[in-house]
Design a protein around this ligand. Structure first.
Ligand code: PLP
Length: 374
């Protein structure tokens, strides 16, 4: 018997070696109901009432049939057109995914071969690395620069030119540092590296306005791919709906490695309703921006170290150990994310920004835990 093909411990066939060295993704997602959830950068008030109405109106037979995606790409294009695109998108340039996580998975599956390089930054969104490892790729993770976590533009440009990595993954603004990269620079990187697929994860662009989409012409720059989601602004994180925008050929390659019915029909119904109610999303984003300003003024007055740049989140360095502060806030019904052990931002908490009222509640609890005078 070829023992190398069987797992010594369970007697079952061995998975690929890359899979053996991975760990299943775990995040502290349990027991969050009813608490003020400032730990995953989600929308903190829920989706548009129109989304809820549309979901309630779903007829029973829709549950019994496979999901239908007719018209959804067109609805996405119409929603995007309002933001002013250099060249209007065609529906074939819109990839639909079960959340941007699934788009990221598909990108690596379609483009990342064993031994290929992924160029990205550090620290950044935690799902890029396991996807690269899954494919047996080499990971070049370039640290952000200085105490303000500046984007390492020079180094990234040089490596792009010299090493010609298969994939460049930019999170703009970056989660968790909030680092912003001007859309012109994103485009320049893509133009200068036609041999690399330059993926821009724009999950939080609504909070900065730094999207490369208004500049993008995917016919001229077919190696550029942009990711967006309805999770964080439209409030559909629980239903999962992500998009990839790019050249039709690239979008087609991602579709080839995506299951035919990966997005369920509830998410489709919710997406149509969410895309049709952009004013609701815009109003939520505006409220978050006000809350951000309020919190920034409190932090400035307190002398607490923080870093707030792009996105609906910030990093705060408490004086007490972060795990203690996190636990004390949890006891008060408020969840934040402990960034302990993460390179460059060890010792910080990542706090999502919701409404001003929610941030006032957070600030009151935080100052009490830290014994800061208000
Ligand atoms: C930068 C970034 N990209 C992608 C995702 C995943 O998005 P989705 O919920 O659409 O899968 C997240 C979620 O936290 C994120 O922060």
């Amino acid at each position: 018997m070829g023992s190398a093909r069987f797992s010594a411990s369970s007697g079952s066939p061995n998975p690929r070696p890359e899979v053996e060295s991975l760990h299943a993704y775990t995040a502290p997602l349990e027991g969050r109901r009813g608490l003020l959830r400032l730990d995953f950068n989600e929308n903190t008030i829920g989706p548009s009432p129109r989304v809820v109405e549309a979901l309630r109106a779903i007829p029973a037979d829709q549950i019994a049939i496979y999901p239908e995606y007719d018209g959804l790409r067109e609805a996405v294009v119409a929603n995007l057109a309002a933001s002013g695109l250099a060249v209007p998108l065609q529906p074939a340039q819109v990839g639909l995914f079960n959340g941007v996580d699934a788009a990221i998975h598909a990108i690596f599956h379609a483009y990342g071969d064993r031994g290929d390089q992924l160029l990205t930054t550090s620290p950044t969104f935690g799902y890029y690395t396991p996807c690269a490892q899954m494919q047996g790729m080499e990971i070049l993770a370039i640290p952000y620069e200085g105490s303000h976590f500046r984007f390492p533009l020079e180094l990234i440009s040089t490596i792009l030119q010299e090493q010609r990595p298969k994939l460049l993954l930019l999170c703009n603004p970056n989660n968790p540092t909030g680092t912003r990269l001007a859309p012109e620079q994103v485009l320049e990187l893509a133009v200068a590296a036609p041999q690399s697929l330059v993926v821009v994860d724009e999950l939080y662009e609504a909070f900065t306005g730094d999207s490369v989409m208004p500049l993008a012409n995917f016919a001229a720059t077919p190696n550029l791919l942009v990711l967006r989601s309805l999770a964080k602004t439209a409030g559909l994180a629980g239903l999962r709906m992500g998009f990839a925008f790019g050249a039709a050929d690239v979008v087609d390659r991602l579709a080839r490695v995506t299951g035919p019915y990966d997005i369920n029909s509830f998410a489709v119904t919710a997406a149509f309703a969410a895309l049709a109610d952009q004013p609701y999303v815009d109003a939520y984003v505006a409220e978050v921006m006000l809350a951000r300003d309020w919190l920034r003024s409190r932090l400035d007055a307190s002398g607490v170290r923080y870093h707030l740049e792009g996105g609906n989140y910030l990093l705060i360095w408490p004086r007490l150990p972060p795990s203690e502060v996190e636990a004390a806030l949890r006891a008060e019904g408020i969840l934040v994310r402990d960034m302990s052990g993460k390179s460059l931002i060890d010792g910080s908490l990542r706090v999502s920004i919701g409404t001003t009222k929610q941030m006032q509640r957070f600030w009151e609890a935080f100052t009490t835990v830290e014994s800061l005078s208000e």
